[in-house]
Ligand binder design. Structure first.
Ligand code: SF4
Ligand code: SF4
Length: 326
């Protein structure tokens, strides 16, 4: 049995919407099969007003155990570090968070705003937003670089804008069943099981990437890297392995990955309005030939596919998927 308290700061509720749509397992499965007891959640909690204050105070006083503190949204510290821009239950939310994080078994930050500050923390950051344990790429954030919860782990970060619903529910299961110790975290405290592969792994356009066949929005049979700046080759997330809605992903639907699971999101280019522009620092030079290919054979094949409009158009979708599957 694990008591879960979910709080929300500078957020749009997108991660709550994602969570409520989880499929493997669902939120109902969490409660009925995996011993999760949701103490309170801003969208589905039954308590209101002073009932919530009483609950939070009971947790801080040690009368009610909080095994998992889930936080969605940025920590709003403004103005001038008072936190009064985000009042909740009669006091700044940030004050509740520091006291609750001190008694929680584990702390899980959901979505970019909670993990790295996300969109609210973009300069000039008028709300003085930060993430729970990071501000963008810099470790520290609200709780400080050395924070570890009572369970012995730093803040577990599940980034995304929003985070994939099954990443959320599966980590809650790992904690509630006592297996979170088996889940390795990367340097940004992301569970490696979801954030080791690049989005490109499993993308059905990967042959077109190798052959430099350009694609475009919604256009079948091309890679989205060259013309519309897909960040799949530099973004760690399992979007093409654990599909969205069990159906698809951005890049499978021929929309470029925006790199939403990386601490730099929203990337500088997005802020400047040029998000759909290919990064030049990849160093992927035109004369590079993929390993195992002769130069002549590679250029002949790449040229042919370019003329035909991409490998999917030549082979058909099923065969293209077979060639590119992991
Ligand atoms: S569409 Fe994006 S993820 Fe897919 S192969 Fe091209 S660059 Fe990689
Ligand atoms: S494909 Fe990229 S932008 Fe889309 S959800 Fe995955 S990591 Fe985020």
């Amino acid at each position: 049995m694990a008591n879960v308290l979910w709080l929300q700061g500078g957020a749009c509720s997108g991660n709550t919407m994602s969570f409520l749509n989880a499929e493997e397992p669902t939120v109902v499965d969490l409660v009925t099969d995996f011993g999760v007891n949701i103490l309170w959640h801003p969208s589905i909690g039954l308590e209101i007003g002073h009932q919530v204050v009483d609950l939070l105070e009971s947790i801080i006083a040690g009368k009610v155990q909080c095994d998992i503190l889930v936080y969605e949204g940025s920590i709003i510290q403004g103005p001038k570090n008072t936190g009064t821009m985000n009042y909740f239950c009669d006091r700044p939310m940030k004050d509740w968070v520091s006291e609750l994080a001190a008694v929680a078994g584990f702390v899980v930050a959901i979505g970019d705003c909670a993990t790295w500050g996300g969109i609210p923390a973009v300069a000039p950051n008028p709300s003085e937003s930060t993430g729970m344990q990071f501000l963008k790429k810099e470790k520290g954030g609200f709780l400080g670089a050395n924070y570890v919860s009572k369970g012995g782990l730093p803040v577990i970060n599940i980034p995304g804008c929003p985070a994939h619903p099954d990443w959320i529910t599966q980590i809650l299961v790992a904690i509630s069943t006592g297996r979170i110790g088996d889940v390795l975290l990367d340097d940004y405290h992301r569970p490696k099981t979801f954030f080791t592969d690049f989005v490109q792994t499993g993308c059905t356009n990967v042959v077109n990437f190798a052959n430099k066949v350009d694609g475009g929005f919604g256009k079948r049979g091309g890679c989205l890297f060259y013309e519309v700046g897909c960040r799949g080759p530099m973004t760690r997330a399992s979007c093409n392995r654990i599909l969205w809605n069990r159906q698809s992903s951005k890049t499978r639907a021929n929309h470029p990955c925006l790199g939403c699971t990386e601490p730099g999101f929203p990337h500088h280019d997005l802020v400047k309005g040029s998000v759909f522009k290919t990064m030049k620092y990849m160093g992927f030079l035109p004369q590079e030939v993929p390993t195992g290919n002769s130069k002549v054979g590679y250029y002949m094949r790449a040229g042919f596919e370019k003329i035909m409009g991409g490998v999917e158009n030549i082979l058909g979708t099923d065969q293209a998927h077979k060639e590119t599957s992991i």
